[in-house]
Design a protein around this ligand. Sequence first.
Ligand SMILES: O=C([O-])CC(=O)C(=O)O
Ligand SMILES: [Mg+2]
Length: 214
Amino acid sequence: MSFLKDFVKNGRKIYGAALNYKNPSGDVANQIKEPVLFLKAPSDYITEGRSIVIPRGYSLVEELELGVIIGKTCKDVTVEEALDYVGGYCIALDMTASSELKKALSQKMPWTTSKTFDTSCPVSAFIPKEAIPDPTDVELFCTINGVPQQNGNTSGLVFSAAELISFISRYHTLEPNDMILTGTPPTPAGVKPGDVIRGGIKGGVTVEFRVEDK
Ligand SMILES: O=C([O-])CC(=O)C(=O)O
Ligand SMILES: [Mg+2]
């Protein structure tokens, strides 16, 4: 268990699910037929006390998400058995370079530079699995400088944590301490140097990170 508690120090693969919140306006998020995935590097993790550093020339948006931490190795598991392989959870910020994502989308190029850079994955401490008995009913919130910005319940995910694990495990062996960012609820705002992002589970674990310029 301490290996999992130290999921940042022992960090492994970080998967992100994109466009994974149902959107009442019926845009692209409702039309994806399969999870859209990206990766971050384990060196992108930071924990509270460190700041998010905006890379030179980038614009960043905050994406407050529920992170799922894999507890047991699995490959090709069904949706029904998927949660047996969860070790715990965390609150994570999928910091995204909107400037780079815009370029990538307009050029039909990969998303890599928009999603993975130093400090792009701020996380809470390990949340034991028992503390979240139902990952399809977690109320998330995020504020910037105290102003409410994002709100959503994980019931709004297009693909649930179990469905994401099952899908990813078709192609990848998932290993203890791999982490899955489940997708961001509406509506990330964008941050600037000096901002303080606070977010987490309503009535539960919260995190706070300051944003700095390079
Ligand atoms: O940044 C994006 O557009 C996609 C993404 O990660 C999310 O929806 O959580
Ligand atoms: Mg995201």
